[in-house]
Design a protein around this ligand. Structure first.
Ligand SMILES: *Cc1c(COP(=O)(O)O)cnc(C)c1O
Length: 217
């Protein structure tokens, strides 16, 4: 696989779903990848990347940004409240907003700094104990709380359980977004991004299919 392969598969999936060309953003997930691989994708002109951890993002992206203009970084992993300010400095989007304390902290720091990254609210569509995300039954109320805090909500995000049909989870996320008037849907990874596009994904998060297997796996 390569960046070009994934881009053309996205174009094909957009067309097959009757969606406008370019309506899906490809977030290249660079976590745990060697810098050479990330730099190669930057050299090819790609600018939208995703990282799981603030710490890891802080270790590589300030340098990449010095060499490459226009990088858009998405924090896609869990965020502790004591790292929110650092996330503001590093990232343009935060994907895993899933609890009131985190939402309030983001709102407070946004007020102080006069700016705020775009926010995706993570929904734990599979109701998995070990997984982050607000439960589907609590999603509407939490989305309303976030609106009340004036957070710039881009949309919703989910990570389906590994052993279940992802499409069911994508459809559920799309339904929750629609009834709350939200447009953005961050869903779909290397193994299932075409299904996610068929169900309305606006942002797909693709790592290993672009960069190859990660170091630790
Ligand atoms: C690692 C990760 C991805 C990318 O996974 P791949 O299977 O390598 O495409 C997407 N989303 C999140 C939240 C991740 O942590």
């Amino acid at each position: 696989m390569s960046l070009e392969d994934i881009q053309s598969r996205i174009q094909k999936a957009e067309a097959e779903a009757g969606r406008e060309a370019g309506s899906v953003s490809l977030i290249a997930v660079s976590k745990k990848q060697p810098n050479e691989r990330v730099e190669a994708v930057l050299e090819q002109g790609h600018r939208i990347f995703g990282e799981n951890r603030v710490q890891e993002a802080a270790g590589k992206w300030p340098e990449f940004r010095e060499k490459f203009d226009g990088v858009e970084l998405h924090l896609i992993g869990p965020l502790q409240t004591n790292k929110v300010r650092q996330a503001f400095d590093l990232c343009q989007y935060i994907h895993a907003v899933d609890r009131p304390k985190l939402a309030k902290t983001i709102a407070r720091i946004a007020q102080e700094e006069g700016r705020c990254p775009g926010v995706f609210i993570q929904v734990n569509t599979g109701e998995e104990e070990q997984k982050a995300g607000i439960l589907p039954a609590d999603a509407d109320a939490f989305i309303n709380d976030c609106k009340g805090l004036d957070l710039p909500i881009e949309g919703l995000m989910c990570i389906p359980p590994v052993d279940e049909e992802a499409s069911l989870h994508f459809a559920l996320l799309a339904k929750i977004a629609e009834r709350n008037g939200l447009k953005g849907l961050s869903m779909g990874m290397s193994g299932d991004f075409e299904k996610a596009i068929a169900l309305g994904a606006t942002h797909v998060r693709v790592g290993s299919a672009i960069f190859g297997a990660r170091d630790y796996e």
